[in-house]
Design a protein around this ligand. Structure first.
Ligand code: NAP
Ligand code: FER
Length: 340
């Protein structure tokens, strides 16, 4: 093979991205330089943060400019290595981008053992979203047995794991999700109640019914109206972790975020609200991976993946995540998985 494929940002999206904001390019097959490995990408992770990376807004991480290949976490197979500790046939996880093949420094790659878990889970339940669920819930929110935990985008990559960890912690867990199928799924996972925010006329009433004793922990993935509604029902000493605000990711430049509007409730209840970034916990990922891995083996954590076929489906998959069309952790299968 002498050619590889990549997807580049064609234009900065205005509001919801469109397929035409992206372009497939054919490039020369990269070669592994000194200390590098050439990887055939098998799975590409599609994550909401990618919307921020293409927005042009200033952030701690460099964004993607038009003409540049999209960034993203991947799992793949080493096909050529010039790095000690990696050989042809090894499976790895790392930031390879929206590409069929990539040559990167071995220091960016984490070797996977397919006997431990399906390799795709390195992007989901045992990857960045799983780490997010674990640390945002256990570290930031300090859940206690009997606490009521509310989780938005509850059927998604982060939400489904956060809810199951909260159950293990002995909490009453209430998920908010769009549609009856997603709600049925989280009930199957063991959530105590599920609120379909799209199917209910009065979200506050539905939430009140699901949380008769109020809300002690708000695991916030969405923002906007869902956030405001949850905040009107928080209890004394509630903990609110702001993990994501996906309802605002397509805001136009200059459009102000909807801020916290229920500050009186926060004040009266001496509640705390904290922002969260998963990358602050990189040094503790092994701990989270070991514990989540053990819970999976014990059957206490289950996970659902949503896999689109082919690199050219990646733009549609990202748009789908931003429109709520994914059902579980969104992945793109870029090439065949020899371990399945
Ligand atoms: P996901 O939940 O698998 O997929 C996104 C889901 O968000 C959609 O399926 C949809 O579910 C919901 N959604 C989309 N647009 C919405 C809207 N306008 N209003 C309400 N819900 C909407 O994605 P994920 O990877 O697990 O991420 C979940 C959240 O965590 C995101 O906000 C993400 O940015 C955040 N996150 C943060 C960090 C961090 O370090 N801070 C790390 C990872 C993820 P419904 O059909 O149920 O609406
Ligand atoms: C995410 C949303 C936002 C996320 C990271 C961010 C890792 C960071 C945003 C920023 O720095 O502006 O889902 O996931």
């Amino acid at each position: 093979m002498t050619e590889a494929k990549q997807i580049v940002l064609a234009e900065r999206p205005q509001g919801m991205p469109k397929p035409a904001d992206f372009r497939v390019e054919t490039v020369a097959m990269p070669r592994a330089g000194a200390g590098e490995a050439l990887v055939r990408v098998i799975y590409l992770s599609i994550d909401p943060y990618m919307r921020g990376r293409i927005s042009g807004a200033v952030s701690y991480a460099k964004g993607v400019d038009p003409g540049e290949a999209m960034v993203g976490g991947c799992v793949g197979e080493v096909i050529e290595s010039n790095a000690a500790g990696l050989k042809q046939g090894d499976f790895v996880e790392g930031p390879l981008g929206w590409r069929s093949h990539a040559a990167v420094s071995a220091t960016l790659l984490r070797k996977l053992d397919p006997k431990d878990a399906p390799i795709s889970t390195a992007l989901g339940v045992l990857g960045m979203p799983g780490m997010t669920a674990y640390f945002a819930l256990l570290d930031v929110c300090q859940p206690r047995p009997g606490d009521t935990v509310a989780i938005s985008a509850a059927s998604g990559a982060v939400g489904q794991v956060a809810g199951q960890i909260a159950k293990i912690a002995g909490c009453r867990v209430v998920g908010i999700a769009g549609g009856e199928k997603k709600c049925a799924f989280i009930r199957e996972l063991g959530f105590d109640a599920a609120v379909d925010y799209k199917g209910t006329k009065n979200l506050a009433d539905a939430l009140k019914q699901a949380c008769p004793n109020g809300i002690d922990v708000n695991f916030e993935n969405v923002g906007g109206e869902i956030h405001d509604t949850v905040m009107t029902q928080i209890n004394l000493n509630a903990r609110v972790v702001v993990v994501g605000l996906i309802s605002a990711y397509n805001n136009l430049p200059g459009q102000t975020d909807t801020g916290p509007r229920q500050l009186r409730r926060l004040l009266n209840n001496r509640a705390t609200m904290r922002g969260f970034l998963v990358w602050d916990y990189n040094h503790r990922n092994p701990e989270a991976r070991a514990r989540i891995g053990a819970w999976i083996k014990e059957g206490r954590i289950k996970y659902r993946e949503d896999i689109a076929e082919g690199l050219e489906r990646a733009p549609g998959a990202l748009i789908g995540v931003l429109e709520g069309r994914n059902f579980g952790k969104m992945l793109v299968r870029v090439s065949s998985d020899p371990t399945r």
